[in-house]
Write a protein that binds this ligand. Structure first.
Ligand SMILES: Nc1ncnc2c1ncn2[C@@H]1O[C@H](COP(=O)(O)OP(=O)(O)OP(=O)(O)O)[C@@H](O)[C@H]1O
Ligand SMILES: [Mg+2]
Length: 313
């Protein structure tokens, strides 16, 4: 397996007297050519990790490698196109700004202009080429930030919430462009986002982190298989009452009321669980509105792993 990004026990501490551990023993393995979703709640350590990978900040402990090169070195940086959470620009026209960036990356003026024009067109920003980049709207800045990340044709794209400021159409459009680009040119993409429904449409792998630690790292099909097999939703007229009852059944491993106010259950043995449920249902002990295996989306998995409020049994 060819690894584009590899971290081992990566750690970042902020502060001197009062230390804050933002990233703690984080292991990341991003395969070449994959589109890898990097998700976690606010403050989980995504941006801090990304900044260490791009060399924007130093790491406290551990290792981070970009195609085998130490993160932060010129050789590693040359392989990365990075679009930060909030891209900022100089007081220059968009086209001039992109040409300037491309020239820094070693392109001749002619090559730089061609590439900048091509990318502005690709992103639908060509009519704003002479507008001051720092006067762009937040969404336009994000699109321009993405172009800036691509200007030197990098092997790896690292995108920190690249669609956060975009309208729904813009989000779909930008994600689809990223997906096509990555697939056609076999680029590796590490993309963080909170909009999981949309992220799910393009990623093939995900890493979920919380409090600076990796919680799950998997390809998407295996992850879905793992989570879907033994999870059910039971919607009853009196959630709280039945939650207590169901929680006593031998086949039930975990149970809670989910974000949709339905009973969500992880079972040890789904056949046994179904038998018990239907026998109780037949005897009218429980009035069920709906019962189905959990439709497992990335968002559902995330809520299960991070946000599932478990009932105290
Ligand atoms: N420069 C800094 N100095 C001190 N603490 C910091 C600094 N940057 C980040 N942190 C802290 O590190 C932790 C992780 O922050 P980080 O920005 O990496 O989270 P995140 O996962 O990107 O969150 P979000 O989804 O909100 O963007 C937070 O507790 C944050 O307050
Ligand atoms: Mg962040």
């Amino acid at each position: 397996m060819d690894l584009a990004i590899e971290t081992t026990k990566l750690r970042k501490e902020f502060g001197f007297f009062k230390k804050l551990v933002a990233v703690d023993s984080l292991d990341l393995n991003i395969e070449k050519g994959s589109i890898h979703g990097f998700i976690g709640p606010n403050g989980a350590g995504k941006t801090t990790t990304i900044k260490m990978l791009t060399g924007a900040i130093s790491l406290t402990k551990g290792k981070a490698r970009i195609f085998g090169r130490k993160a932060g070195t010129t050789a590693a940086k040359a392989l990365i196109g990075y679009c930060p959470e909030r891209p900022s620009f100089y007081d220059m026209g968009a086209l001039d700004f992109l040409i300037y960036n491309a020239e820094i990356c070693g392109l001749s003026f002619k090559e730089a202009k061609l590439k900048a024009e091509e990318l502005l067109k690709w992103m639908g920003l060509e009519k704003f080429r002479d507008k001051k980049a720092n006067q762009f709207s937040a969404g336009m800045k994000q699109k321009l930030g993405l172009i800036q990340a691509l200007i030197h044709n990098p092997e790896i794209l690292i995108l920190d919430e690249p669609t956060a400021n975009l309208d729904p159409m813009g989000r779909f459009d930008v994600l689809e462009r990223i997906r096509l680009l990555a697939r056609k040119q076999n680029k590796t993409v590490l993309i963080s986002s909170h909009i999981l429904g949309e992220l799910e449409k393009i990623v093939d792998h995900v890493t979920i982190i919380n409090k600076g630690k990796t919680i799950i790292q998997s390809d998407v099909p295996s992850l879905k298989k793992k989570f879907a097999s033994n999870r059910f939703i039971v919607d009853t007229v009196n959630n709280i009452k039945y939650l207590k009852d169901i929680s006593t059944w031998a086949s039930v491993e975990k149970i809670w009321i989910n974000a949709e106010r339905k009973i969500e259950i992880v079972v040890k043995n789904s056949n046994k669980f179904k038998v018990t449920l239907f026998s109780k249902f037949k005897g009218k002990e429980i009035e069920i509105n709906e019962f189905y295996p959990l439709r497992i989306s990335l968002e559902n998995i995330f809520l299960n792993v991070i946000g599932g409020v478990e009932d105290d049994k």
